[in-house]
Design a protein around this ligand. Sequence first.
Ligand code: NAP
Length: 332
Amino acid sequence: MTSPRSRVFVTRRIFPEAEDLISDAAEMEVWPDESPPSPEMLREKIAGVDGVLTNIMDRVDAGLLQAAGRLKVVSQLGVGVDNVDVAEATQRGVLVGNTPGVLAKATADIGFALLMSAARRVGESERWLRGGNWRIQYHPMFWLGQDIHGSTLGIIGMGQIGLEMARRARGFDMRVLYYSRTRKPDVEAELSTEFVGLDRLLAESDFVSLHVPLTPETRHFIGEQELRQMKPSAILINVARGAVVDQTALYSALKDGLIRAAGIDVTDPEPIPTGDPLLTLDNLVVTPHIGSASMDARRETCLLAARNLVAGIEGRRLDACANPQIYNALGI
Ligand code: NAP
């Protein structure tokens, strides 16, 4: 007699090839709606499965993990796992997968797009043009922006996406400073980046770009004090998580000219409410969390999350795991 197949729940539709990979290995239920399942529904669904494939909209907290009797793996579609209580999962022997690497280049592309757009006022001037304001053909003093080449980029968090930002900056003849938890001699050798303290990075950078995960230590990492340390001509880029920046302080800094502009792909909360005062500012470029949303990056991300899910239910090591310290206890 064959043993019963594992059961999994996938909280949103994903690329068909990734769904196929999962359904070959398990009984799969996919949440069909564009909106996420409610917390109650997610709890109900997770209660009876061996694995779940989640994304940043799904809160996997301690209560939900406690109610999940046979859960072996939470496979997160994304590199950040701030929506998952990883400590509780670890204590319960539940593997947490994530998807680093495959989306780093695509996310850095958006980081650079925001940087260029904020510096050269792309969004602002396009809104002006579409608003029917372009009446004088050309004026030498119109729409002056900030040079990107020759400027200084300060990267906070030199991980996979930070590294890709540094690589792009090199092509633009930028000087690159970085601050991270750990010094990276290999990155310094490859890209002539300079490891500096946070104070110096904030004071010297023309662009400050955030690439740390959201953790208790990095929540509101950039607040009023840090914004005051930046040059009045500086531009802040955030493609990490909205809550890494104190958004109220950012609004005041942009409005009062403490810094020149900001380009953000992430907000706190998401979606940003339509009445949020940030949206009234012309010196803000904002996109709806599209960092990793290129076709190829998203396909690879879905496939990696699917492989992690299948490995977890089959009792194998994951391709990428946020709590590998439990492998020994699980005997894998
Ligand atoms: P990663 O490779 O893990 O890099 C994160 C870096 O931040 C690491 O270098 C890390 O430490 C450093 N760091 C962590 N805590 C720190 C602290 N308190 N102070 C200073 N540095 C600290 O992750 P990644 O792939 O680059 O992704 C970074 C984040 O981007 C993710 O966690 C996610 O939230 C966000 N993200 C957003 C999008 C989007 O669509 N906008 C897409 C993907 C990811 P070390 O210096 O010790 O290495």
